[in-house]
Design a protein around this ligand. Structure first.
Ligand code: ADP
Length: 350
């Protein structure tokens, strides 16, 4: 178990600053997920924690030790990558115990550890098989087991599920969550997939262009995004947003200045009665995606195309609809994308 702190971390590759100044605390025993678009600096951040990449400036602390000068092997951190990098000629057992052998752990101790851990990750029946005889999910478990036998203070996982098909990925997510609970060790996980992040993490760090946009619990990110980037990144589909210049018929009093308005697809109502107090937009259904009980519509309005998600009986494409967003579910953002909260009162202009 370990707490990790990144203090004023910056990273340059030659003249290219990919992380200008990053501060982050990862609580002991947390499951922290770094999420953001490709190239935003997630892997680089992980690799600096593991010691595989040296920061240009700033300090990294693991527990009460500054590890700036500690080589990777001595940081007590184990990494799992998306390409499992297993030794093809070795058996599953050989792969799992390889690191232990190198460290001179006695055979009986190795056997006990390999047996215990292969039970935990469901590999016990496959110990004598070679990697090519295993499925993708089983290979990923070998990579996990190989990290686990080191009994590290911190697990670092870089997109470990991205090579698996959708069903197996879902299953492995659940297994990783359970594994984290069971081990109680700090997990730091990287993904570009916000659904994966939301379903796994207890702390989610949303990054863009090397800058942390928000670090919070999944619920807080969803209900209380601090800026437009996070609002438009989180959710399936993510928040609808429109520029205030395209908004008609909304009388808003704000002590700041509003640049854009947002609402979640699942918080808008279709063809609601006048008893619902909210902002109303008229539009036409462009597409409908039916997920069984749930329908996701794309609706073209004067202010742009919006997603609306509802459990109501399906409507047809080309139907004209009224989209009502209850006032309490409207989000407001300033010109820099910052969330505006205080002093905003909205009311229909009738
Ligand atoms: P992510 O994991 O979010 O996809 P990375 O951390 O891999 O992003 O990369 C962040 C940025 O740093 C990208 O612009 C990438 O091209 C650059 N980068 C990463 N590693 C190197 C390297 N070894 N040399 C030069 N640029 C790099």
């Amino acid at each position: 178990m370990a707490k990790i702190e990144l203090r004023n971390i910056s990273k340059k590759f030659k003249d290219d600053t990919v992380i200008p100044n990053l501060n982050l605390t990862i609580k002991d025993g947390s499951f922290t997920v770094l999420v953001g678009p490709s190239g935003c600096g997630k892997s680089t951040t992980l690799r600096m924690v593991a010691g595989l990449e040296q920061q240009s400036d700033g300090d990294i602390w693991i527990d009460d030790k500054c590890v700036n000068d500690t080589p990777p092997g001595l940081r007590d951190v184990a990494m799992v990558f998306q390409n499992y990098a297993l030794y093809p000629t070795m058996t599953v057992r050989g792969n799992i115990e390889f690191g232990l052998k190198n460290r001179g752990v006695a055979k009986t101790d190795r056997n006990t550890l390999v047996t215990d851990i292969s039970e935990i990750v469901g590999l016990a029946p496959y110990l004598d098989k070679k990697p090519q005889q295993l499925s993708g999910g089983q290979r990923q478990r070998v990579a996990l087991a190989r990290a686990m036998v080191k009994q590290p203070k911190v697990f670092i996982l870089d997109e470990p599920l991205s090579n698996l098909d959708a069903k197996l990925r879902g299953q492995m997510r659940t297994e990783l969550i359970q594994l984290h609970k069971r081990l109680g060790t700090t997990f730091v996980y990287v993904t570009h997939d916000q659904v994966e992040a939301m379903s796994m993490g207890d702390q989610i760090v949303v990054m863009n262009k090397g800058v942390i946009q928000q670090a919070d619990s999944p619920m807080k990110l969803y209900h209380d995004p601090e800026n437009l980037f996070t609002a438009e990144f989180i959710g399936t589909p993510a928040m609808n947003t429109m520029s205030m210049k395209d908004v008609r018929g909304l009388d808003v009093q704000a002590n700041g200045y509003i640049a854009s308005l947002g609402f979640r697809p699942e918080q808008a109502l279709l063809n609601a009665g006048p008893e619902v107090r909210g902002h109303v937009i008229e539009g036409e259904i462009v597409t409908r995606e039916s997920l069984g009980a749930e329908q996701i519509y794309q609706i073209r309005t004067g202010g742009g195309v919006f997603f609306v998600k509802t459990f109501l009986a399906p409507l047809a494409t080309a139907d004209r609809v009224k989209v009502t967003i209850p006032y309490e579910h409207l989000y407001y953002f300033g010109p820099g994308g910052e969330r505006l909260r205080a002093g905003i009162e909205a009311g229909a202009k009738q």
